[in-house]
Design a protein around this ligand. Structure first.
Ligand code: 13P
Length: 335
């Protein structure tokens, strides 16, 4: 095996561990400001440093979390004792990773569709992130859903960018997480979500193949198959699980190293219950786990509220969700 493949495989082995998932703590400036605002915290660099130190320093987090996705700023920040945050993660047995896309913009000539930017200069940025300790990366493409969205153009263009990104990462010895998110916003049915997710994933794997991406050395971070949050009829836990597993089975090649779901606006309890049900549907070719941001961070953020006196309580709230999701990744969550 080449040294590059060995490097990628070692990262995959560290990330894909039974009963463990990923913590997404890679909110961009505007997104973290939105999350902080819900509990009345101002998004200053110091507050972001404190928050992310709180998360990464939760004692024993590495028992349920194998990797953390960070935002660029965090790679250079330090905990109160002066330890760099990526080092703190490593010391907890958690592999540091980095969000590398530069966010979404409207796709021109496709009203309602969006495209993710950030490919220019990516190879150079990855070298720098690697020096700072990042061993894997994430790129998120988003798909708005309606009767007519996403368009073929959006499906094809986003697949192409995801595949370009993944190929550049592997070339740099960085494991790519490929994240196509079919959004929960809207009033579409679960059937419509299934149809869109199948078309999206099909196109993504077609593009990954064209770009020569080694599927056994990447991870997929998909959304679950859910009805739109404004849809009149919400789905049962088992319906979500069976629809999600059916769509993945039709589109995701068995060699893919792991499937780590995003939470996408589900409540923390829903995200755990759905992951558990998905893992109870029987034997699957890939490990199915979590890569949650909101579903892991909401309870600790509410407990913290920017007060140092609440750090202990906030860490307990994070550990609780991490432990329950770890159980769900084994299909052993007891609600
Ligand atoms: P949520 O779990 O909050 O959807 O976030 C996951 C993520 O990484 C979004 O890019």
């Amino acid at each position: 095996m080449s040294t590059l493949r060995q490097e990628l495989q070692a990262t995959i082995d560290a990330l894909v561990q039974e009963g463990k998932g990923l913590l997404a703590a890679d909110e961009s400036g505007p997104t973290i400001a939105k999350r902080f605002k819900t509990v009345g915290i101002e998004s200053t660099e110091e507050n972001r440093r404190q928050w992310r130190s709180l998360l990464l320093g939760a004692p024993g987090l590495g028992e349920f979390v194998s990797g953390v996705i960070l935002y660029e700023e965090t790679l250079g920040q330090k905990a109160d004792d002066g330890e760099l945050l990526p080092r703190l993660a490593e010391r907890q047995g958690i592999v540091p990773g980095i969000k590398v896309d530069k966010g979404k913009i409207p796709l021109v000539n496709a009203a309602g569709d969006e495209i993710t930017q950030g490919l220019d200069g990516l190879a150079e940025r990855l070298e720098h992130y690697k020096e700072q300790g990042a061993r894997f990366a994430k790129w998120r493409a988003v798909y708005n859903v309606s009767d007519t969205l996403p368009s073929r153009l959006a499906i094809e263009t986003n697949a192409e960018s995801l595949a370009c990104y993944a190929a550049i990462c592997q070339e740099a010895g960085v494991v790519p997480i490929v994240e196509p998110e079919v959004l929960i916003d809207g009033d579409h049915s679960i059937e419509r979500c299934a149809e869109v997710t199948e078309a999206v994933l099909h196109e993504v794997f077609h593009a990954l193949h064209r770009h020569g991406v080694a599927l056994e050395l990447m991870l997929l971070k998909p959304s679950m198959v859910l009805p739109g949050k404004e849809h009149a009829k919400q789905a049962s836990i088992d319906e979500v699980a069976s629809s999600t597993v059916r769509v993945l089975g039709r589109t995701v090649p068995p060699v893919v190293a792991g499937v780590f779901f995003l939470s996408g606006g589900q409540t923390p309890e829903q995200a755990t219950a759905h992951l558990d049900a998905i893992n109870r549907t029987g034997r699957r070719p890939w490990p199915l786990s979590f890569s949650y941001a909101r579903a892991l961070q909401e309870p600790p953020l509410k407990a913290w509220r920017g007060q140092s006196a609440n750090v202990g309580e906030a860490r307990q709230a994070l550990l609780k969700r991490a432990r329950l999701n770890g159980a769900a990744a084994r299909g052993r969550y007891d609600a």
